[in-house]
Write a protein that binds this ligand. Sequence first.
Ligand code: ATP
Ligand code: MG
Length: 578
Amino acid sequence: MHLSVSAVSDSAPEAGSESTSAPRRDFIREMVADDVANGHFGRGPATRFPPEPNGFLHMGHAKSICLNFGIAKEFGGTCNLRFDDTNPATEDVRYVEAIQRDVQWLGFEWDGLYYASDYFEQLYDIAESLVLKGKAYVDSQNEEEIRAGRGTVTTAGTPGPYRDRTVQENLDLLRRMRAGEFADGTHVLRAKIDLAHVNMIMRDPLLLRIRHAHHYRRGNDWCIYPLYDFAHGLSDAIEGITRSLCTLEFKDSREIYDWLVKEAGFENPPTQIEFARLELDYTILSKRKLLRLVNEGHVTGWDDPRMPTLAGLRRRGVRPEAIREFCETIGVARKDARVEIAAFEHAVRNDLNMEVPRVLCVLNPLKVVLTNYPEGQVEDLDAPSFPHDVPKTGSRSMPFSRELYVDRDDFMEDPPKKFYRLAPGKEVRLRFGYLITCNEVVKNDAGDVIELRCTYDPATRSGQAPDGRKVQGTIHWVSAAQALSCEVRVYDRLFSQPDPDAVPEGQDFISALNPHSLVVIPDAKIEPSVANDPIGSRYQFERTGYFMSDVESSTPEKLVFNRIVGMRDSWAKEVKKG
Ligand code: ATP
Ligand code: MG
């Protein structure tokens, strides 16, 4: 299934038409509303966002965050941030810090901040209680034997030789596992359920395994670690969560979730609801794969502006409002669906359109000399910073003089019929200013155009000709002497195909990387009005796209801009052109 958002278009929306809509009622919100109305859990709605601190948060996590925190907010409940940190091998405090920063940046504040690793004692006590009830046993088979004993989807499993150990024997072994007497992999604790269960997960799932490893928070306190299914539902129950929202791939885990919270004796335990994970075209949403991009140097780090991480999007210039609006738009469904990247870009443009001032920046400068403009003269043209349909005010003045820069793309020596920009003998309007006519094309020895000699019409300061003659095209420009040189980093999609995993046999998503995802323009020319704006200011460069000065590398002496998003979906057009 492919989801496209009907509203995807490049035209500016009506002022204020977006973001005032009430939150949608999806199937999860219906359920929570019912919980509240009928007092199902005997407590208010309680959700949690449970990342594993083994990487930075990405757009997929944003969907989960907006859902969990959104529900808490809408229904007057609570939402915890819980680190699901039960795997000592991959977790790090650096990720814990990044995740907290990103959740807050996205606009949410947690009620409780918890760590699954703080529950190790409680989980261990539950493990002992299961053993005492005869509901768990220590298995001493190796991984291979355990897998074989599980059977297959079509055949039942077979009990291993340790399945009927006595309670005393199991308790003794479990305590010694905890005390560190055994090597990794020699024993595991398993739930004693049913080796012929139709749900493979219920065939005596592993609960605890031995890992003599350093944990970033618990140090060397523990040498047994809970498996995901064991830790997850019980952590929810310990925190008093009501609805545990997770993605569809955990559907089969719901039975063990219910079994564990019940066997552990929780009253009114939480229940799990699954929803579709976000898959976005031209994007990878998997921490494991994103980590590879970082480690192999395909990007500059987790916050590379091309990364679909919240840190990357923030650095690029996307506002949290746009991400929240996007999550709202795509909604929550029970079936997996890929979302067109155009839908996200649309949300980004829509948000910035209403917020950021317009400026003129020439990415690919070509000198224009106005031969009839007095040398040494500079006049100031008044330039409003917002178009009529944006309810903001403000303006700046644009210096205008004899020497200007225009964009090379706005000139053609031998133009096709409908080219309404500069060409020999053609007249064009300068944004906020005069009409000019191109009279002469200056070339270097190699035959490249290096300068245009034009005349301006002094009677057209308003942009209109008093004699009523029609001029179709309007182009952007800057005054050469006053313009600031800047670096512009034009970011594009990180992958060159919608599904980066759909690659030929023997290759992986790395081969789908877009080699042109970053084009650096070292010497663009921007109007001087931006000179004293704080680093991190966002703009629309008229006709070009939305940009933000880069918080890491931009300085007052040398401005550096990241392209957040282009003006329209040029990619789709290029693909069509082939
Ligand atoms: P990844 O595969 O990127 O590591 P994950 O699911 O393993 O993702 P977690 O840190 O375990 O990452 O996820 C925290 C929460 O975010 C979980 O509840 C998970 O379901 C949710 N989540 C992760 N990826 C997505 C996604 N693409 N769409 C929606 N929710 C997601
Ligand atoms: Mg995970």
